[in-house]
Design a protein around this ligand. Structure first.
Ligand SMILES: [Zn+2]
Length: 711
């Protein structure tokens, strides 16, 4: 294992193993088989790449995803590892060469598609070669109940018969208990050591916001938190995909559409641009994403509600694979709920299929309407327990206020009954609010006892009530598809007053995914932004030159660490996570040059806290204290307090910071000296208070602090 640790550091540039990586590697090194369930972004590939580097012979990786193969091989070559792939995209000559390399024992890793591996030709080629291990990626494809079923996967059991001495490792990021059993059975992994990781993706912040104007809210979310980041936006229909992409382009972002109705080569080129350029947004139907392993997708947004929690988890899981903070943002509203409910009922599948689909949608809607931690519920769905609320989802960060909605719900339900259980939401709300219009008059619904009994809530509040009643299953949407509402069985006890219904308050400002800015700030201080963007530019140009995606050169998190710690030599750079020997040799000095070309301003070269430096950074750009307070959204005296630290440290000249005439300045200095003479050991705060009072409270505390700091 010492060797493994060494390779982790030298080749991959990481200091420590994550999750069960080290146990898994240990198992393979001793020749055992392994089954690994690990969430995306957990570092699955390292589990077989590293043992393949240590064991004699070639490691053979079975993968169904061609794009992913190419990606991994490029990444390995960058690290100086000899890797290649064999799939249908290669011409005959390249294939022949690769096979020859394999026979010569020149490959550490070979990626193969399952249908190719199972050919007699390939199997006999492998039997003439020394093999380090077999890795079967995306092992859940073996399950015929799953959505990624591949027939060839069921035949991979043959590997054990043909190569009984070669250890095998099967890996997947999505497998419930039943699928797990199937994998073990079909792949003959009865003796394998099983490693199950938590499905938790702690770096992803989940936000599900309700209400109208989803597009507008999406835009302010992107503007505020991801103005330059790559992201994926999911929509339900092709039309919406195209409209949204065009709309984002108008707003000045690089946004590309992706859906099954587009010509294959356009889709391909959009995917390539998303992978190879910085800051591209893909707007897609759910068809996009399988086999995309871009680590620096910083946000995934849903403009349409996914049909199940599995789909939501899988799609949001494409964010933040590099482990850095990422956002999963979703907007949903009354219309989404109605559309999906209707779709579910209209679909002409078998009854059993419908029931399952219905149940899954219920769980998804339940997640949306939660007033408790989203992550806990999400993980519970996968039989995974999270002890305490996560603190990194919208309901944890700003707990939704709830109100006793029993009476409102009763009014809503009675009005649905009184109007004959055949009208849609808008009409029922009109009746509740006592609107006067032709339709209501025609049906004489202004004569009903429920007419006008809902004036205490406004239109959007009523929409919130109905959304929740439908989402929580008290109201059904009719089968004929006109959107008429009908009471469900569940509604009776509520109408009779036997249960109390707590409803969510409409969120006032939902665009502010509170705190996510903070977690981003942690990764990148504003003082380092300029350098970071210069490092990114360098990365882009190197990536273009090599014809690989930028993240294959360095991950964002590696560049952030460089910007933050500003190494001044190749030796220092070696300690940056993600910089291995090979990359240090190839790119180290180029990146070092960029760092040296962006020296930290004299005033920022200090040991003060991040928040003080943030203020100093602002100050170095414009010396207006009030504007800094505004921009940073902190108190004026806090800004002065930060500047006082810099004054005390000799970084700033007090008279430049505080706007005082000679007389005023001297007055403060005198007052300070007098208080000093009076009482010796007065605590700082009391001392300032005394001066504050002695000067008739005419100067800001912060100003006094600054003057004091200069003495
Ligand atoms: Zn939470």
């Amino acid at each position: 294992m010492q060797r493994a640790q060494q390779i982790l550091q030298d080749t991959f540039g990481y200091n420590e193993f994550r999750h069960h990586q080290s146990d898994i590697i240990k198992a393979l090194l001793t020749g055992e088989d392994a089954l690994v369930l690990m969430p995306t972004g957990g570092g699955k590939s390292l589990c077989y790449q590293l043992p393949a580097l240590i064991r004699q012979g070639t490691g053979v990786v079975v993968s169904p995803l061609i794009a992913l193969m190419q990606d991994q091989v490029e990444a390995l070559n960058e690290l100086g590892v000899r890797a290649a792939y064999l799939n249908s995209t290669l011409d005959a000559e390249t294939q022949r060469q690769t096979e020859q390399q394999l026979l010569n024992g020149e490959l550490t890793l070979l990626y193969v598609a399952p249908e190719r591996l199972l050919t007699e030709r390939m199997l006999s080629l492998l039997s003439q070669t020394e093999l380090a291990l077999f890795a079967i990626d995306e092992a859940h494809c073996v399950s015929q109940w799953g959505h990624d079923f591949r027939k060839e996967y069921q035949q991979l059991g043959v590997l054990q018969q043909r190569f009984p001495k070669v250890p095998r490792i099967a890996l997947t990021a999505t497998a419930d208990k039943r699928t797990r059993q199937e994998i073990i059975q079909q792949l003959n992994l009865g003796n394998a050591a099983v490693f199950v990781n938590s499905f938790d993706r702690p770096n992803i912040r989940y936000t599900i916001s309700e209400g109208q104007n989803a597009k507008q809210r999406l835009w302010s979310f992107i503007q505020q938190y991801h103005s330059q980041d790559a992201g994926i936006i999911y929509c339900l229909s092709r039309k919406k995909v195209e409209q949204t992409a065009a709309w984002l382009c108008e707003k000045g972002r690089d946004a590309l559409a992706y859906h099954a109705g587009m010509p294959a080569e356009v889709r391909q080129s959009h995917q390539q641009r998303f992978l190879r350029e910085d800051g591209v947004i893909i707007v897609a139907t759910i068809a996009f994403g399988m086999g995309i392993d871009k680590p620096d997708v910083r946000f995934v947004a849903h403009l349409s509600l996914p049909k199940s929690i599995e789909a939501y988890y899988q799609e949001t899981g494409r964010a933040g694979r590099d482990g850095s903070a990422a956002n999963a943002w979703m907007a949903y509203g009354l219309n989404d709920v109605i559309t999906l409910r209707k779709m579910m009922q209209d679909s002409d599948g078998e009854e059993q299929y419908k029931r399952i689909a219905h149940h899954k949608l219920d769980a998804m809607l339940g997640l949306c309407e939660l007033t408790t931690c989203r992550r806990q519920t999400l993980l519970e769905y996968f039989d995974d327990q999270l002890e305490a609320p996560c603190g990194n989802c919208d309901t944890c960060l700003s707990p939704p206020e709830t109100w006793n909605g029993t009476e409102a719900a009763q009014k809503a339900l009675s009005c649905v009954v009184r109007t004959g259980q055949r009208f849609g939401v808008n009409y029922v709300i009109d009746v509740l609010s006592g609107e006067e219009n032709e339709r209501i008059e025609k049906f004489q619904h202004n004569q009903l006892s429920t007419y006008g009994i809902g004036k205490d809530l406004n239109n959007s509040e009523w929409r919130g009530v109905f959304r929740q009643l439908i989402a929580l299953g008290y109201l059904d949407v009719d089968l004929e598809g006109y959107g008429g509402l009908r009471l469900s069985e569940q509604a009776r006890p509520l109408l009779r007053g036997e249960i109390v219904l707590q409803l969510r308050h409409q969120q006032k400002d939902v665009s502010g995914t509170a705190g996510s800015k903070k977690s981003k700030k942690k990764a990148l201080r504003s003082v380092d932004e300029e350098l970071f963007s210069a490092l990114r530019d360098l990365r882009t140009s190197i990536a273009k030159e090599h014809g690989v995606p930028p993240y294959i050169i360095f991950h964002d998190s590696t560049l952030q660490e460089m910007a933050n710690s500003r190494p001044d030599s190749l030796d220092a750079m070696r300690y940056i996570s993600g910089v291995g020997e090979q990359k240090l040799k190839k790119y180290g000095s180029d990146f070092l040059n960029v760092i040296q070309a962006h020296p930290l301003a004299e005033i920022l070269n200090n040991n003060f806290s991040d928040t003080v430096n943030e203020t100093l950074h602002h100050y170095s750009q414009e010396c207006d204290v009030e504007r800094i307070a505004q921009q940073r959204n902190i108190k004026l005296s806090t800004v002065y307090g930060h500047l006082a630290e810099a004054i005390a440290g000799g970084f700033l000249e007090v008279r430049k910071v505080v706007d005082l005439g000679d007389a005023e300045f001297n007055e403060i200095v005198n007052a300070l000296e007098m208080v000093d003479d009076g009482e010796d050991n007065l605590p700082q705060q009391k001392r300032l208070k005394a001066i504050f009072d002695a000067l008739d409270q005419s100067y800001d505390y912060g100003v006094l602090k600054c003057v004091q700091a200069s003495l």
